[in-house]
Each structure stands twice: as C-alpha cells, then as structure tokens.
Design a protein around this ligand. Sequence first.
Ligand code: ASP
Ligand code: MG
Length: 409
Amino acid sequence: MALIVQKYGGTSVGSPERIKNVARRIAHWRARGDQVVVVVSAMAGETNRLIALAKEVQANPDPRELDVVLSTGEQVTIALLSMALAEQGVPARSYTGAQVRILTDSAHTRARILAIDEQNLRRDLDAGSVVVVAGFQGVDEAGNITTLGRGGSDTTGVALAAALKAQECQIYTDVDGVYTADPRIVPEARRLKTVTFEEMLELASLGSKVLQIRSVEFAGKYRVRLRVLSSFEDEGEGTLITFEEDENMEQPVIAGIASNRDEAKITILGVPDRPGIAYQILGPIGDANIDVDMIVQNVGHDGLTDFSFTVNRNDYAKALEILEPVRVHIKARDILSGDKIAKVSMVGVGMRSHAGIASTAFRALAEEGINIQMISTSEIKVSVVIDEKYTELAVRVLHKVFNLDQAPA
Ligand code: ASP
Ligand code: MG
C-alpha cells in the first residue's frame, strides 16, 4: 500500500462537474489500495475574484485581513470535494491549513511553511479515509491565517508529501507535463518524460508557470518524488522530476527554453569606477526589498563605467525613484531604463559537459536580427535579455537550433 499526495489546481476543480470528476479519479486510486491525501486550489478565477473584492473595499488591503479573505477560496473546494467523494462512497474529511496545523511564519500573503503536524491526517488515513487539505494556506504561531503566495497550493502538496513521506506527489493541472517550451509559442514543443530537479528549479524561476518555485525547492530539500500530470486525461505519465545523480543515462544538453516579460532594465551611465559603487547603487535597492536579477558592469574607461541590472516590473517605478538621488550622489551621468524587455533562457544540466551552447544560441539570434541587450550564464543556463517584441521569435529560433522538437536518441 502506497501513500500518495495528489494536488488538483483551480481549473481541475473549476465547476461542480469537474469536482465530481476529480472525486472519481481519487476513488480509482483508492480502489487500488493506495492511501490518498488530496490538496486542492480554489476554483478557477476565485483567488483573483477575492483579491479584486478586497481591493474594492480597501485599495491597499491589510495583509492579515486579505489572507482571511483569500483562504476562503480553498475552504470551499475542500468541502465540496469531500462531499463529492462521499457521493462516490469514499469516506473523506476536509482540513483547512490551520486544522492540520500547517505552521508558517507570519509573512502574510507570502508565508513560508515551518512545520506540519501530520498526526490527524495519519489517523484519518489509517481509518480508511481520504484526507482533503486546503492548499495555499497555513497558520502562524499566534493563530493568524496566512497564505503562501500565488500558486502556493503546489507547495502545500509537496510539503505534505515530505511530512508524510509519501511515495509520490502528483500535481494535476491543465497541462500534461513540463514541455521543452510553451506549446502556445512553439507548437512542436515536446513533453519531457523527466526533467531534473535543478532544471525544474531554473525553469520555474525563469518563467515556466507549471510549478510554484517554492514547491520545487521543497521537493529538492526533502527529496520528494514529484510528478506533473494532466487532470483531464486518464492515461499518461506526465513529467517526473528526477534527481540527477539517480540517473545513469546521459541527459539531453538542453531540457527547455523559458521566457518571461516580468522584468525591467535599468542602466546607470558614467558611473565612477571605484570600490563600493556597486554597493552604493544596489544597497538602497536591496533595503527597499527589491530583488535584482541580472547585473552587468562594463570594463571602465577613463575612470567611468556603465552599470546595468534588471528588477521585476512591479518594482520598476520604485527602483527608479530610489536611484535618482543615488545617481546625483555618486555623480553618475544619466539613467537609461526600459520595461519593454524579455528574458529568454535555455536550461539544461547537459550544458555542464557541452561547450558552445551560448555561441550556437547567439548565432541563431543574430541570424534573425535579434539584438542581445544583456547576457547571464550559470553552469546549467544561458539567459539573454532582448526587446520584448521578439520574445516568441527568439523562443522558436532557439527551440529549433537545438532540435528540441526531436526526442533525444
Ligand atoms: N488559489 C491560489 C492561487 O490562485 C493558490 C493556488 O492555486 O495554488 O494562486
Ligand atoms: Mg498553479
């Protein structure tokens, strides 16, 4: 008998019909003799609706109260799914995050899970029930309801799988796995049978929306066997997230291409080239809790240099506001900036043992006349910043030049 955690996303529980359908799937797993813990999201669109509702009442909603509002979305689906299971003859019990006691820190709207008390769940499972847990929510030490950030139900699923030492955590969603690129951009994109944990981590942070990045981090830390599957197909093995060292086969050089338009670029021109300048620029940015992604500094000329970096678009205006007095203070010439950029990235653990990936990519982009504004690389990734209007073209060109439409031999 295996213990499995299944997480169903908002579209999968988006209507009473779909909830009944999920119940049928769960009944099927249980009939195989497995113990099943189910984590659900709010019904599709519900979290957005609740945020909008809160903002109608308070333009800048109080985070504690916003979490109380947001947590209701998942509270509805756990009970409806438990009812649907009962209708299928499957005993089931619903739990909010606080009822389980998914203990989090107190960072409302982006809380982190600290500990999970799995005793109640175990007792129900041993008594033969399916346990249905609300995703995306927890409770802090003082008893306040917290939420885990958008997409946080994935993290609830993985965290429960870790706490219960489940055999597998299955994330059921509206796509049937992780693809070599977004199939809406590249119709030839292929589903990956496996992707390594490190690749998934990069893909999630670079714009692939399949899994919340924290859930991947959790899976890595606690070595949870994680699989992404479609909740609309009855067959299919989805994509398994593997641990590289467990695999003997050779990895493909590139697993996938990701893109995002979440960032904005800021360049400070004519910065004095002396120790401490990077800190003087980025210190105040960090103090304002603004995350910096890429950073590029040129070789100095005549004691001056240019300094560029990217921030999330949501932080763009604030970053510019902070930087103007900094510019004056350090006597830099000017600030150039723009938010019409995209970041396109190639990810693959195989890059470690293959040279020339970056140059192949740069040639392919050049042949299409796409100018590269910034580059950053790591052991398993090459990212370029380009004009936003070339995003799709760049993704297609890179997918093609690395033959990602063909299954590796
Ligand atoms: N309902 C939450 C959201 O829409 C959490 C989730 O679905 O994972 O972000
Ligand atoms: Mg999701």
